[in-house]
Design a protein around this ligand. Structure first.
Ligand SMILES: O=C(O)C1=C[C@@H](OP(=O)(O)O)[C@@H](O)[C@H](O)C1
Ligand SMILES: C=C(OP(=O)(O)O)C(=O)O
Length: 429
């Protein structure tokens, strides 16, 4: 699908609204609900394509799941109740689905084959295949299990101590989910802190997880008990409108009920450091995930350096931070972010190529990018390349590029924010 966005005269953005449910938390609610004993009720689930694929995969594993919009009920089968699927599981575009499913299936004593779209087929799976094999799972796939299509025969797992070479919540979560089914104890040590939604949610399902700095430990053979989960709004989706509010003149936006788990709030720290006029009002600790209302007003931004430990805490926000940097005073340097190369697209290249088409002064580096600020963006024909975050970043860029911006492959946005264009339209005046 191609969408045309016209910006005529001076527009401003204003309003109070909620973004859809957090994608990472929605996936985990369905997954843990499926492997728990008893019923799990999920409120506020993201109905984006990625999470619908997670639901579909568990249905194929014999789990009864009913869904009415953002409300989902899961009749958990426990690990033992999962059934060998008759069909291939298709994860679509979702890295979280395929990697966390592999962790769950590592303990399942049957054969499963997983596939995804072209993007998934090019994303590395050896990062989970290696530790899961060490635990005892049998994994095969393209290039010796490094890429999907990938197949797994689980069962008979032993706990491991694993030092992960990457700060990745998907790797950590896959190992913890396998560790839950293993004999003995499993420990994952990360080079930097990655998002901790799995650990928090496992606790909500009655499991014990021990976190000591960068080291996370789980005892095997623990049972999960079905529960009720309230999914907070996704800070990664809110990020697009936080930056829109900061860069579109005369704007003020209030986003309610945004998850502010400290492993995800790098974007808020960056906005504060860039000088944004932002107010964060914590409203509810939401049982296991803190939540806030966030207000942002048009701001004078300045360029900054972003690198080191903050990167995993804002990894998915880098495309929209790059857009903010084009409007900031001075230079912004983003480094230590080579992980961007293995997302839905190579996000260093797609951000640089697509923003360059709109006149941005931006260069790719080995592990990030350099953006020269204070540039007027011009309308152009741009392309999401099937990457939802690139598509949304370009749609926000169109708000400050006077004229007609055409975004090719804009349908990708429904992966994480199905009503994005409706919100954008409602907030514009
Ligand atoms: O665990 C998760 O839900 C996610 C972890 C991150 O990926 P990595 O684990 O590959 O860093 C993030 O980029 C992705 O959008 C969602
Ligand atoms: C990288 C992302 O997701 P996933 O890895 O689940 O495809 C994302 O949502 O930006």
């Amino acid at each position: 699908m191609t969408i045309s966005l016209k910006t005529e005269g001076d527009i401003q953005l204003s309003g109070t609204f909620r973004v859809p449910g957090d994608k990472s938390i929605s996936h985990r609610a369905v997954m843990l609900g499926a492997i728990a004993d008893g019923k799990t009720k999920v409120h506020g689930l993201l109905t984006g394509d990625d999470c619908l694929n997670t639901i579909d995969c568990f249905r194929k594993l014999g789990v009864q799941i009913s869904q009415e919009g953002e409300y989902v009920e899961i009749d958990g089968t426990g690990f033992d109740g999962l059934k060998e699927p008759h069909e291939i599981l298709d994860v679509g575009n979702s890295g979280t689905t395929i990697r966390l499913m592999l962790g769950i299936l590592a303990g399942a004593p049957f054969h499963t084959c997983l596939i995804g779209d072209d993007s998934i087929t090019n994303r590395p799976m050896d990062r989970v295949a290696r530790p899961l094999r060490q635990m005892g799972a049998k994994i095969d796939g393209r290039e010796n299990g490094s890429f999907a299509p990938i197949s797994i025969r689980g069962g008979g797992l032993e706990g491991i101590d694993y030092a992960s070479p990457v700060a990745s919540a998907q790797v950590k979560s896959a190992i913890l989910l396998a560790g839950l089914q293993a004999e003995g104890t499993t420990t994952v040590i990360e080079p930097q802190t990655s998002r901790d939604h799995t650990e928090r949610m496992l606790t909500a399902f009655g499991c014990q997880v021990e976190v000591d700095g960068l080291k996370t430990t789980i005892k095997g053979k623990q049972d999960l008990k079905g529960t009720t989960i309230q999914v907070p709004g996704d800070i990664s989706s809110a990020a697009f409108f936080l930056i829109a509010g900061a860069i579109v003149p005369n704007s003020e936006l209030k986003i309610k009920n945004v998850g502010i788990n400290p492993t995800r709030t790098g974007i808020l720290e960056v906005l504060e450091e860039m000088g944004a006029d932002i107010l964060i009002e914590e409203t509810d600790s939401n049982n296991f995930e803190p939540v806030a209302d966030i207000t942002i007003k048009t701001s004078v931004l300045k360029g900054i350096e972003i690198g080191g430990d903050i990167i995993p805490r804002l990894i998915d926000e880098i495309p929209i931070i790059a857009l903010a940097a084009t409007q900031a005073k001075g230079r912004t340097v983003i480094k230590d972010a080579a992980e961007l190369k293995v997302k839905e697209t190579n996000r260093i290249d797609t951000v640089v190529d697509e923003l360059s088409k709109m006149g941005a002064k931006i260069e790719a580096t080995e592990d990030g990018m350099i953006i020269h600020g204070g540039t007027e963006l011009l309308p152009a024909v741009v392309n999401s390349h099937g990457d939802h975050r690139i598509g949304m970043m370009l749609a926000i860029a169109s708000c400050i590029a006077k004229g007609e911006t055409v975004i090719e492959n804009s349908e990708a946005i429904s992966i994480s924010y199905p009503n994005f264009f409706q919100h954008l339209k409602e907030l514009k005046s």
